[in-house]
Ligand binder design. Structure first.
Ligand code: ZN
Length: 118
């Protein structure tokens, strides 16, 4: 856009369309429960590429020692079969700004269209 170009304000429809696209891109993927037992998955590895989650089957006892639930052991079959990779980490700052801009216009944040999310 040049300085002389007239700035045309976006309509609410255009804002909602843009907000929908940003919500699809920047909402973090929800971490699912373990597909085998339904327990909460824990983060196993993070860094470049996807963040790896898995059902480790371990917990801390009352003395703070790491133990495994009955029938579970380190890196067992349950662990490898429950592995889940998070590719879309989202961006809380983008979501915060979009939410604020929509609120200023009296608009509500759209839901993620899962099939269209990155
Ligand atoms: Zn599990």
């Amino acid at each position: 856009m040049t300085d002389t170009e007239e700035r045309i304000p976006m309509t609410n429809d255009e804002i909602m369309e843009t907000a929908q696209e940003l919500v699809n891109r920047y909402t973090p993927e929800t971490i699912p429960p373990c597909r085998i037992c339904g327990e909460r998955l824990s983060m196993q590895a993070a860094g470049r590429g996807p963040t790896i989650y898995a059902c480790s089957g371990d917990y801390e006892d009352e003395t703070g020692r790491r133990k495994y639930r009955a029938g579970r052991s380190v890196a067992d079959e349950h662990y490898s079969n429950s592995r889940w990779e998070q590719y879309r980490h989202g961006d809380r700052l983008v979501m915060k700004l979009v939410g604020q801009l929509l609120a200023d216009r009296g608009l509500t944040m759209p839901q993620v269209q899962a099939d269209r999310a990155w």
